[in-house]
Design a protein around this ligand. Structure first.
Ligand SMILES: [Cu+2]
Length: 67
């Protein structure tokens, strides 16, 4: 499953790194690409292991807003 998550509040490379790590830390997530300019994260995930609500929560727990 490929998905794009829209993320607010990212301002610099550290934010990109935080979001990338948060998403990569979840089971079944691969190929995370966080785009600062576009304010989004593109990723692939295994629906059997993780869902959109968990992806959203991981980003929010890292301190960002999913829109
Ligand atoms: Cu930052």
């Amino acid at each position: 499953m490929e998905s794009t998550i829209n993320i607010e509040d990212m301002t610099c490379g550290h934010c990109v790194e935080s979001v990338t790590k948060a998403l990569e830390g979840l089971p079944g997530v691969s190929e995370v690409t966080v785009l600062l300019e576009e304010k989004c994260a593109e990723l692939s995930y295994d629906e059997a292991k993780v869902g959109l609500s968990e992806l959203t929560k991981a980003v929010e727990d890292a301190g960002f807003t999913v829109s």
